[in-house]
Design a protein around this ligand. Structure first.
Ligand code: FE2
Length: 282
């Protein structure tokens, strides 16, 4: 999210120094406030029933950035209509878990209370359930790996079973792509097997991820049926390149439970019109 707030003296660490340089040398020309404004307008027009945000709302994990992200989320509508998870950028400082609980609590309320901690949480909205997983962990400079703890994976297994029994559509949100090979090893999900084992064994109707800064649409083989996975690029990119244009997905869930049908509309930022419109990524 732009702009980057000023850092307090106590907030500097090596990760943030490098992130600060990256922001001013490159990222601030890519992630633009005017694209976010256009996104907000488009979301108002499209009026989705629910919004899923797959992380990286902040750049350096600063407290002020968390405050700003909460303002942005509030501007999108009632908290009950939004599910959010952290990305690697949320975990740039050692207080990130405190900040997540302090500033994002309105969007993390858990309707099932199976997990002992904040993640995974479940938002049950009518026939559909949105499951928030955290793959955000502190990493060394130049690294952007993620990790899903064993505790989260075990709770996820219980959640998937319970939601199937309730005939709910199971939509899992995780910031990092859950399979290897899509992105560089230094940015990928570490030890993804515990997460994948749960999903393969107990099933899900859809997995949403971000992080890779481009679109992906693929399946993971499950015990009963393939599991659809959608990755989406940055919503705030101001770039002519179709691969990098700011974009998001409008997803229609028709039906519910394991029989749900998905349809995907791609919405992209048009620089000339300064607005989002429908368009398929190449
Ligand atoms: Fe990321």
């Amino acid at each position: 999210m732009a702009p980057l707030p000023a850092l307090q003296l106590t907030e500097w660490n090596i990760k943030r120094i490098l992130g600060y340089v990256s922001w001013h040398s490159k990222r601030k020309t890519m992630h633009c406030a005017h694209v976010l404004d256009a996104l907000k307008h488009d979301l108002k027009r499209q009026a989705p029933d629910h919004i899923c945000v797959t992380g990286d709302l902040v750049n350096l994990g600063l407290e002020q950035e968390y405050k700003n992200s909460a303002l942005l989320l509030r501007s999108l509508g009632p908290a009950k209509n939004i599910s959010i998870i952290p990305g690697n950028h949320e975990a740039y400082g050692r207080h990130y878990n405190d900040y997540i609980k302090r500033y994002w609590s309105s969007w993390l309320k858990d309707d099932m209370n199976i997990a002992a901690d904040t993640f995974p949480y479940v938002h049950i909205r009518g026939d559909h359930a949105f499951i928030g997983i955290s793959s955000a962990i502190p990493t060394w400079p130049f690294m952007a790996n993620g990790y899903v703890s064993e505790e989260q994976c075990n709770a996820l297994g219980e959640i998937l079973v319970e939601l199937e029994a309730q005939n709910k559509t199971r939509v899992i949100m995780i910031h990092h792509p859950p399979i290897s090979g899509l992105i560089q090893p230094r940015k990928s999900l570490s030890k993804p097997y515990a997460f994948l084992d749960m999903v393969r064994e107990f099933g899900a109707e859809l997995i949403l991820h971000g992080h890779a800064h481009k679109d992906f649409d693929y399946t993971i083989e499950g015990m009963d049926k393939p599991i659809r996975v959608l990755g989406v690029g940055s919503a705030s990119y101001d770039n002519e390149d179709m691969q990098k244009k700011g974009h998001y997905h409008m997803i229609t869930l028709d039906g519910h439970g394991t029989n749900v049908q998905l349809s995907i509309e791609h919405r992209h930022y048009n620089i000339a019109k300064d607005m989002f419109e429908e368009g398929k990524q190449a």
